[in-house]
Design a protein around this ligand. Structure first.
Ligand code: TYD
Length: 208
């Protein structure tokens, strides 16, 4: 049986990661792998309800963090762990690095509390912490990302944040990469779509 593989996609809003999530899922499906394409916050009926609240209702930073982790817990239990146990490939648009980058670095929430919640929510029965096998970080200058976003849809609570917030989120991702460089692959998201796609496929071949 194939070993399950867990891949997460990260980056600030406007970095363009979402257009590559489907391509990665398709590449694994073509290689005859069962793929579960999912996202955070979300991925289960309960977590999608929490997503709707956290993206649109105003709340204090602690409530925001608790809802993100509640959604993650349900997602792990209902979708991610069963898929990995079956030997599937889980392709997930955002995971816990987003909480450290957005709620931690962006909102200034206590990183020690986030680490504690990460332990509670992601610890396996063996005590090992569930993390993605590979995290693709779409790194882009926050000013360019803001320009891309301004051409898009009606912003949610995060997309509506000022440029300084995204500079902090970007720094948050940088810190997460430095803390766990083996898990991360940094993708230069400033390139044109095809060039970004080649970087992504190259990383998959090299790492997996
Ligand atoms: P996003 O992937 O940008 O969805 P879409 O492309 O449909 O807008 O994710 C939604 C937002 O949620 C994004 O602005 C980042 C935010 N977010 C957090 O703040 N913390 C988290 O832990 C996660 C998973 C997402």
């Amino acid at each position: 049986m194939n070993r399950g593989i867990f891949i997460s996609f990260e980056g600030i809003d406007g970095a363009g990661k979402s257009s590559h999530v489907q391509a990665v899922a398709d590449a694994f499906a073509q290689a005859q792998r069962q793929v579960v394409l999912t996202r955070e916050p979300g991925g289960t009926p309960l977590a999608e309800k929490l997503r709707d609240m956290v993206l649109h209702d105003s709340m204090d930073p602690l409530s925001e963090v608790l809802l993100m982790f509640a959604a993650r817990r349900d997602h792990l239990q209902q979708v991610i762990e069963p898929a990995l146990a079956r030997g599937d490939v889980v392709v997930c648009d955002r995971f816990t690095d987003a909480t450290f980058a957005y709620q931690g670095a962006g909102r200034g929430f206590d990183l020690k509390v986030l680490s504690q919640l990460e332990q509670w929510v992601q610890a396996l029965p063996s005590g090992v912490l569930r993390q993605p096998d590979l995290t693709l970080w779409f790194a882009l200058d926050p000013a360019i990302a803001a320009e891309r976003l301004s051409k898009a849809r009606v912003p949610d609570r995060f997309e509506a944040q000022p440029a300084a917030f995204f500079a902090q989120v970007h720094q948050g991702y940088t810190d997460r990469l430095q803390a766990d460089p083996q898990r991360f692959a940094r993708i230069d998201a400033s390139a044109v779509l095809d060039a970004v796609r080649s970087q992504v496929m190259h990383v998959l071949q090299e790492r997996l």
